[in-house]
Design a binder for this molecule. Structure first.
Ligand SMILES: Nc1ncnc2c1ncn2[C@@H]1O[C@H](COP(=O)(O)OP(=O)(O)OP(=O)(O)O)[C@@H](O)[C@H]1O
Ligand SMILES: [Mg+2]
Length: 256
């Protein structure tokens, strides 16, 4: 058993001449939430697809729960759940029926009990008998999460879990993700919204020009910028300012 739930070293991937990943190194500790931040096209989805064995890396290694994704893809697949942009929810079925369908497909033992436990865990027990078509965006995303958690995978990969949700629904999903991590599940999520990383993640990794250029806690990332100036109030740099500084971009507006 290794200490980290996800271990990535020297991972490279190119699409033809386009080198997207140029030696990615990243470890994700068990039970932690790591946010992978990067601009459009940075390679976040590519990295998630390699970790979920949907795509092969050109070089380097990656393992999930101790299973090498290239050498032992079946073991890696059994250890992860992937929730992407496309929802697997059937609108005509109720929340519980959606869950039972997936539980039976995955041959989860005692599907009824497993479904009830997850519906409760994601705060959907009260809506379980309603058609999923009547759910709000946040409820639907939580149902998606619940479905992907059937079989209790130790690692979950979330590619932009809250894109398109309103602020309240985002908070519902954040609460559900925090709850999972508190229960020992390891979470790697990608996001383009910096406040999501700021609110949710134990550690933040920034993918830029094919490598992880920064990996640390929010406090460690903030410490990369000069100490906050003390005027009338102390202004901590926002994660957005740190992000733009480390990728070498000009801030949209100069310090006001
Ligand atoms: N199947 C493919 N064939 C060719 N190029 C691809 C393919 N998939 C992705 N790319 C390119 O690789 C780069 C990285 O794509 P990827 O989807 O991994 O980025 P991302 O960080 O997830 O971006 P976004 O924030 O927009 O989701 C992009 O330039 C993209 O156009
Ligand atoms: Mg993407």
């Amino acid at each position: 058993m290794t200490a980290a739930a996800i271990e990535i070293s020297g991972l490279r991937h190119a699409y033809g001449d386009l080198e997207v990943l140029r030696g990615v190194d990243l470890d994700v500790a068990r039970g932690s939430i790591v946010a992978l931040l990067g601009s459009n096209g940075a390679g976040k989805t590519t990295l998630i697809r390699i970790l979920s064995t949907l795509q092969r890396a050109d070089a380097g290694r990656a393992s999930v729960a101790g299973h090498d994704v290239a050498a032992a893809p079946a073991g890696a697949r059994a250890a992860i759940s992937l929730t992407g942009q496309l929802s697997a929810v059937d609108e005509v079925l109720t929340g519980r029926e959606n869950m039972l369908l997936v539980a039976r497909l995955r041959r989860v033992p005692d599907p009824g009990a497993a479904v009830d436990r997850l519906l409760a865990r994601l705060d959907l027990a009260g809506a379980a008998e309603r058609r999923a078509g009547t759910y709000s965006g946040g409820m639907r995303r939580r149902l998606d999460l619940a479905m992907s958690l059937l079989g209790d995978p130790p690692v979950i990969l979330l590619d932009e879990p809250t894109t398109g949700l309103d602020p309240e629904a985002r908070r519902e999903v954040w609460a559900a993700v925090r709850e999972l991590a508190a229960g020992g599940t390891t979470v790697l999520l990608t996001t383009q919204t910096l406040d999501e990383a700021e609110h949710l993640a134990d550690r933040i990794a920034i993918l830029h020009e094919g490598r992880i250029i920064v990996d640390g806690t929010l406090a460690q990332l903030r410490a990369l910028l000069p100490a906050p100036t003390v005027e009338l109030v102390e202004k901590q740099p926002t994660l957005e300012e740190v992000f733009l500084a480390v990728i070498g971009a000009k801030p949209a507006k100069e310090a006001s």
